[in-house]
Design a protein around this ligand. Sequence first.
Ligand SMILES: *[C@@H]1O[C@H](CO)[C@@H](O)[C@H](O)[C@H]1NC(C)=O
Length: 281
Amino acid sequence: MSSYYMPIPLAENDDEGMNHETKVPSGWSYRFPFIHVFTKKNHILWLNMWLLFNTIFSVVILFVALSLMRRAKELPYRPVPVYSPVREDGAEHYFDTQYQPSKIFQSPPSDQVDKAWHDWLQEHDHMFKFPKHKAKQVGLPETIELYNDPGYGAYGLGVYHQMHCLNRIRKSFYPERYYPGESQHEVMHHTNHCFDVLRQTVLCHGDISVVYWWNQNYTFVDQLGNRRYTEEYLRLSPEQRATGSFVKWDSKVQCRDMDAINAWAKANQVDDDKYGGQLVD
Ligand SMILES: *[C@@H]1O[C@H](CO)[C@@H](O)[C@H](O)[C@H]1NC(C)=O
């Protein structure tokens, strides 16, 4: 009981008709439980307390906001990506992998090499169809109409155009094999634009995977599975090791999942037979 701890009022100071508790110094009324809440005198006190609460609350909100703003600044900048129907349809996936030198794609022209390129392009290098009214909504440029698919326009994905261009450049190195009837000028006309396509693609994607320099003759793996230096490596000076090394690009890298993109493209593919068949070049 709070009254146990109140000063005992002197009888002569005791106002008539007032009980002892209203005489208590203001701060004392706020002990729990709040029994005296609605007495007249306490109105001011409650107003003060409400203002105090508001002040503290505002200060706390201010600090929370400031710390959130600082945290937001530390987060990496995430640009809003440009529109792609592949992303909109949830077919943009990433996975961690490693570049792996491929024997077939490092070989000089042969029927086998041609087949590897041709099979991939024939399977994947198609146009996709996209509703014309939606293209306008999402800001895609106007394209030729698929006249046998009313209401649809013809579009393609950059990756397929770039693969086409890479193959085109490859073939232009061997014009007598791939373009026997064409002049040098005709062959290079298309190829030159492909250099620029790939130049800008490489720079745009700014691959930051890490390459390094080594020579396979410098190390071997022993029977216990330990990586060991060869005698040759130990014999060479640091300068000799450097000049005998080659750039290695079997880097760890995060890639977009081409299988998912290919599946999306297949699901939205234009039926080439309606338009005179696919042109793989
Ligand atoms: C590794 O050593 C062999 C034998 O000396 C040599 O023929 C070969 O060219 C070397 N390989 C490389 C990548 O330097």
